[in-house]
Ligand binder design. Structure first.
Ligand SMILES: [Zn+2]
Length: 471
């Protein structure tokens, strides 16, 4: 049966994405390739102009239906971000001021909070740690530093961009909840590093947490959606599995949704009466000393963790499709079975793909074959959950466009040509001009021993999650 897929898009969303998302111009490549493959129809872009149509009438066979995003309000942003941060970010006169470098002795060092974050928030762009003498401005405090010192420089239209990114993911979540779609895609979302009061790792605002928070509060359980079990419908809150396959650890969603209650093993009688976690976060990423975000949370989650629904699966360098296939079968599937989610939120940064130079060979994932991008999406489809699909990193613009076009076509259950169709950016697909991303010859450093250690920990965590969710 064909999947019903929505695609969050507008020309304005693409225009702002080109400016605010690193690397610049990526949004053009992503949407142009999807258009050239006829994966969504821009003539339907004005679907909000046809509010009287039912979701069934809006769906174009074998194409994703375009949903035009709304802009986030101040209230939306403040559900996660601090008031001071939001006020500053949305004040264009403030954010466009550049910090001033100075040799003055009036050097103002980082605040305590910044200093502590500095140890966990290294720049994507590794540079010598030569300390500059700077006069700290409010922009510094909120992570909006000069481009030479930060991944998040201020830029004109930053307030429009912030509202656009969060608004697009909220639109996706709202569409998934209220309309009859199986999956809603927002490639402009997925800014998984933005912190409560600080921009970080090319991420200015935190749309991922806000989108999941919306589903947590307003979503429905599968039984309710299918109207199959009236008794369960009235009692069970929706469960959301967040699966982050970006090459970097999904630090902000993991921190935001760490369950406030603690669990031992076996459970105590009082722990059995605690409210059940509604969100399980699972991040599969590369982790090694100094690799962003360099935090202890990116290590393998201990099987004895007091918060077993916050899970980190770190991989060694050059993880390839066979490693993803093994991890999928031995870790992702058991975690899904244990948690029984109603929604899956997939963050699909394409920086784990082979050839992403910014991460210097940290990943060697490919799009095809067992364990490839398309294979993983097919496995998620088998779960039968409603899916919110978000973008994320991806610093090889053509490969990111390839990967996301393949995900979109897989969700639509549509075959696409092997060759990249002619379109404005076609020369950038040289030399192969093929849709698929192949692995390089780099040796996958994930060994039987390293993967075995992960599997041992996840087996215990899955068993504990089963116990927690069953009580
Ligand atoms: Zn990334």
């Amino acid at each position: 049966m064909q999947n019903r897929v929505a695609y969050v898009y507008s020309y304005e969303l693409e225009r702002l994405g080109n400016i605010g998302t690193h690397p610049a111009g990526r949004s053009n490549r992503v949407h142009s390739l999807a258009k050239s493959l006829d994966l969504f129809d821009t003539s339907d872009e004005a679907s909000d102009d046809k509010p009287d149509l039912s979701p069934e009438e809006k769906v174009v066979p074998s194409k994703a239906t375009v949903v035009v995003p709304r802009l986030a309000t101040d209230v939306d942003l403040r559900r996660y971000h601090s008031k001071e941060f939001v006020d500053f970010l949305l004040d264009s006169e403030q954010t466009e001021k550049r910090p001033t470098e100075t040799d003055s002795e009036n050097f103002s060092s980082d605040t305590g909070s910044e200093a502590s974050e500095a140890s966990t928030s290294h720049s994507y762009n590794s540079r010598p740690s030569k300390k500059r003498r700077v006069q700290q401005t409010p922009a510094d405090r909120f992570g909006l530093k000069d481009v030479r010192r930060s991944d998040c420089p201020p830029f004109p239209e930053i307030s429009d961009y912030a509202r656009s990114v969060v608004g697009s993911t909220l639109t996706a979540a709202e569409t998934l909840r209220k309309d009859d779609y199986d999956a809603v895609i927002n490639w402009e979302g997925g800014r998984h590093h933005a912190l409560r009061d600080r921009c970080s790792g090319f991420c200015y605002v935190q749309d991922v947490v806000l989108g999941m928070d919306y589903l947590r509060r307003h979503g429905q359980s599968k039984a309710s959606l299918n109207r199959t079990d009236i008794a369960t419908t009235s009692t069970r809150k929706p469960r959301i599995m967040y699966l982050d396959l970006d090459v970097h650890f999904g630090d902000a969603p993991a921190a935001a949704f760490k369950h406030p209650y603690r669990y031992s093993s076996p459970l105590t009688s009082s722990q059995k009466r605690q409210p059940k976690p509604q969100i399980m976060t699972v991040s599969v990423h590369h982790h090694s000393p100094g690799f962003f975000p360099s935090t202890i949370e990116a290590d393998l989650t201990s099987p004895a963790s007091p918060t077993p629904c916050t899970i980190s699966i770190p991989l060694q360098r050059a993880a390839s499709a066979p490693t993803y296939a093994r991890i999928w079968r031995t870790c992702i599937e058991p975690l899904h079975t244990a948690f029984e989610p109603d929604y899956v939120v997939l963050l699909l940064g394409m920086d784990a793909l082979a050839g992403d130079k910014l991460v210097d060979g940290a990943g060697n994932w490919s799009t095809q074959g067992e364990g490839g991008v398309a294979w993983c999406i097919e496995r998620v489809l088998e779960w039968g959950c409603k899916m919110l699909i978000l973008g994320g990193g991806g610093y090889h613009r053509a490969n990111t466009a390839r990967g996301w076009a393949i995900v979109t076509s897989t969700l639509l259950k549509r075959a696409i040509p092997e060759d990249v169709p002619p379109h404005d950016y076609w020369p950038e697909y040289s030399p192969s001009f093929q849709m698929h991303v192949e692995p390089t010859g780099a040796k996958d450093e994930n060994t039987d021993a390293s993967l075995g250690a992960i599997e041992q920990a996840i087996e215990m965590l899955a068993s504990r999650i089963t116990e927690i969710m069953a009580t």
